[in-house]
Design a protein around this ligand. Structure first.
Ligand code: C2G
Length: 133
């Protein structure tokens, strides 16, 4: 049988334990894990601010992880199905903050939403470091 490829997407800015855990749990669902890292422009369009770490730095961080086998740049949410097909992915994994949002790719792969790690977020960390919380 061919290896089961898992794909996931994210900005992974100010990398933290919630990111580690979702990637580890995603990797456990297959034989190889590929990660689409959101471009700086996509992040800006979604969140209205530039990431702390730019896309090259975030790709370097994600590429260095033992559980990650491949990394590419995600430039558009609408291209999700194309990325899945290009990467020969069998299952899409996302945190449950995205629950239901990517069900439209179920014609090309399985879709699994994993519970987020509570009490940690990039926004919360930025506010904490800035002394706002
Ligand atoms: N995550 C998590 N627990 C947290 C924080 C994040 O499990 N406490 C998960 C998210 O659910 C997501 C992944 O970590 O699956 C990356 O989170 P973000 O960097 O916030 O990703 P986002 O900007 O939502 O980009 O195509 C979709 C986007 O690229 C997702």
């Amino acid at each position: 049988m061919s290896p089961r490829t898992v794909i996931t997407f994210g900005t992974f800015d100010v990398f933290h334990v919630g990111h580690v855990r979702v990637l580890q749990r995603a990797a456990e669902l297959g034989d190889r894990l590929v990660v689409g890292v959101s471009s700086d422009a996509l992040n800006f369009s979604k969140k209205g601010r530039s990431p702390v770490f730019n896309e090259d730095e975030r790709i370097e961080i994600i590429s260095s992880l033992r559980v990650v086998d491949g990394v590419f740049l995600e430039e558009s949410l609408e291209k999700k199905r194309d990325y899945i097909v290009e990467q020969h992915a069998d299952v899409l994994v996302m945190g449950d903050d995205w629950a239901g949002k990517f069900d439209w790719v179920k014609d090309v792969c399985d879709v699994v939403y994993l519970p987020r790690t509570p009490s940690v977020s990039t926004t919360g960390l930025i506010e904490h470091i800035a002394g706002l919380s």
